[in-house]
Write a protein that binds this ligand. Structure first.
Ligand code: NAD
Length: 327
């Protein structure tokens, strides 16, 4: 045979985006699968456990022919292999077990997240970082402070997931397609989560026109405890399919510059009258990260809920800074 040979990479006509995922556990490996199988980017999976990310990557590579893509998926324990990433997703650290609050994870996860963010930026100085590790709002803050990146390049994932959970519960309650439901959840990723029924719609019609206040409260409450409900059912770790889909939505909006408006934890500099913390707010996500923070007009009660959520996040940021020896 005399056919000319092109290397697999030069034969590719799609964009050459590279996404690194630090933490190849349940959330990280499910995200790797989504990113590769939707043909969005090549993936580097990094984990502290030797052999584990290499095994996950090989398993995903062996599905390429069946899933119809040629994306490269590399497993590694070495940050040098993440060099040149457009985007780094940090899922490294421990998940909750039954009976645990997300804030119980500060002690274990703060140092892991700071190290992951700093080492990643050393090799990919232009990358945008999406933080997923819990407690999310606090971990986004320490990743930002540890790297000193411009704030628009560090984003926490939680609001997309919390909104997707509320969207699901609304669609199940009303028996309508999830596609026709828009849900909006702000605040922190925990008990001070703020669902905004006034800003939830079904085909453009506000939720309060569909359901009475008691039913809405029930759905809001289930959303607030959405993660806990799954942890208690699974007993060995937490949710990962919907979290991975939520991260994927953000990754795609950034890499494909889609300008999706989603709820995400962003660094606030006066928005909602708050400063120097990460909190879930509506954001426009594009190629440079957080391109706009949208300030909703809120009722007095909703404003108070934002203040309460911020106070809780601040308290835990202080705790994390003490653990890290920053204060
Ligand atoms: P997991 O235990 O399955 O995976 C975590 C991985 O991190 C493990 O493979 C572990 O070896 C790795 N790791 C630990 N220390 C590391 C280090 N220093 N460097 C690199 N890798 C390291 O957990 P999971 O279910 O994938 O969850 C991961 C994190 O994401 C948890 O903190 C969880 O609470 C959080 N989470 C957040 C959301 C959200 O909405 N923000 C949703 C789901 C999970």
């Amino acid at each position: 045979m005399n056919a000319s040979v092109t290397s697999p990479s030069s034969a590719r006509d799609r964009s050459q985006h590279r996404v690194s995922i630090v933490g190849a556990g349940k959330v990280g490996s499910t995200l790797a699968q989504r990113v590769a199988e939707k043909n969005l980017a090549d993936v580097v999976l990094l984990d502290v456990v030797e052999g584990w990310p290499q095994g996950v990557a090989l398993d995903l590579m062996q599905a390429r022919g069946l899933e119809g893509h040629d994306r490269q998926i590399l497993g590694t324990n070495d940050y040098a292999d993440t060099a040149g990433s457009d985007l780094v997703v940090i899922t490294a650290g421990r998940p909750r077990t039954p009976g645990m609050d997300r804030n119980d994870l500060i002690k274990t996860n703060a140092a892991i997240v700071v190290e992951a963010a700093k080492r990643s930026i050393e090799y990919s100085p232009e990358a945008i970082i999406i933080v997923v590790t819990n407690p999310l709002d606090v971990m986004a803050y320490v990743a930002w402070k540890g790297t000193q990146l411009p704030p628009h390049r560090v984003i926490g994932m939680a609001g997309v997931l919390d909104s997707a959970r509320l969207q699901t519960f609304i669609s199940l309650e009303l028996g309508v397609s999830t596609q026709d439901v828009q849900a909006m959840v702000l605040g922190n990723h925990g008990q001070q989560m703020i669902s905004l029924p006034r800003y939830c719609t079904v085909k453009g019609i506000p939720l309060p026109d569909w359901l009475d206040a008691e039913s809405i409260d029930r759905l809001v409450d289930r959303t607030r405890n959405g993660g806990t409900e799954i942890v208690e059912l699974m007993q060995r770790g937490g949710a990962y399919f919907a979290p991975a889909s939520s991260i994927y939505t953000m990754v795609e909006s950034i890499l494909a510059d889609r300008s999706r408006v989603v709820s995400a934890a962003a660094y606030l500099q006066g928005e909602y009258a708050l400063e120097d913390l990460f909190l879930g707010v509506p954001c426009r996500l594009g190629r440079s990260g957080v391109e706009q923070i949208i300030e909703l007009s809120l009722t007095e009660d909703e404003c108070q809920a934002v203040i309460d959520a911020a106070a809780s996040v601040r308290e835990n940021i202080e705790a994390a800074q003490k653990i890290l020896g920053w204060s």
